[in-house]
Ligand binder design. Sequence first.
Ligand code: CO8
Length: 261
Amino acid sequence: MKSYNNLLFDVTDGIGTLTINRPKSLNALNSETLAEIGEALAEIKDNADVKVLVITGSGEKAFVAGADISQMVSMNSLGAAALSELAHNSFKTIESLPQITIAAVNGYCLGGGFELANSCDIRVASSKAKFGQPEVGLGIVPGFGGTQRLTRLVGRGKAKEIIATGAQITAQEAQSIGAVEEVVEPDQLMDKALEIAKAIMKNGPVAVRMAKYVIDKGADLDLNTAISFETQMWAQTFATKDQKEGMQAFLEKRHAKFSGE
Ligand code: CO8
């Protein structure tokens, strides 16, 4: 893995950790960082050593405090569209990664930061984290997917309340509306993310990958089409070695040794 100006990347025991590393700017996403996230994801996608990916922010204060306002202040519409496209490409890549992604939200998770977290499969937050879409206070609308992914997570009313007020909400409130899955004490954050990652890694890799794919694809389809799609995918899992091993191991009362095939 190459080195980056604004990111750190580490792989330990099958768990990749991608850290947005601009703590002096509260890890704000400038175009260089967004481009680097895209490059890192392209490498992670094909890296068989990375079974689960955790995305977090550097320092104690912020996950990501949004897009970089100092870069956007003098931007025209063309520049804004280009920046937004850069972010969309990276965030869509996160969603389409074969690996499950976990956002470990260690602090401020605002604007583009909330949008980044919402591109991940699972969100774990420190009890001190704060969430919000403050864009309207800057005279813009969320542009990295916030009007869409947040709405799909929490429903239209809550998304409109969060976006139109621009108010920050606590991690506990975010959990109560379904925008965060787990809230833990700040010093437990990475442990919790790793615990979830390890629980995922015990399971059949093909099945986990396929489950992510079916859930995401199905969410954009009508129920009947989505159920037919699930049936096709379910049937396909019976053509894998993992299915034979998983069921045989159960019958033999032992832990499965999945090969990921
Ligand atoms: N961009 C650039 N710099 C930032 C950002 C940011 N988003 N957030 C914080 N910083 C910088 C501050 O300017 C400050 O720098 P310096 O030390 O040089 O003055 C440093 O980080 C520390 O920040 P503060 O001193 O402000 O720290 P506080 O503890 O007082 O406040 C806050 C923390 C509440 C998080 C505050 O920094 C804040 O409100 N930040 C901005 C949050 C925000 O509005 N985010 C949304 C940005 S817009 C966005 O994400 C839209 C995405 C879609 C755009 C699509 C169109 C292209």
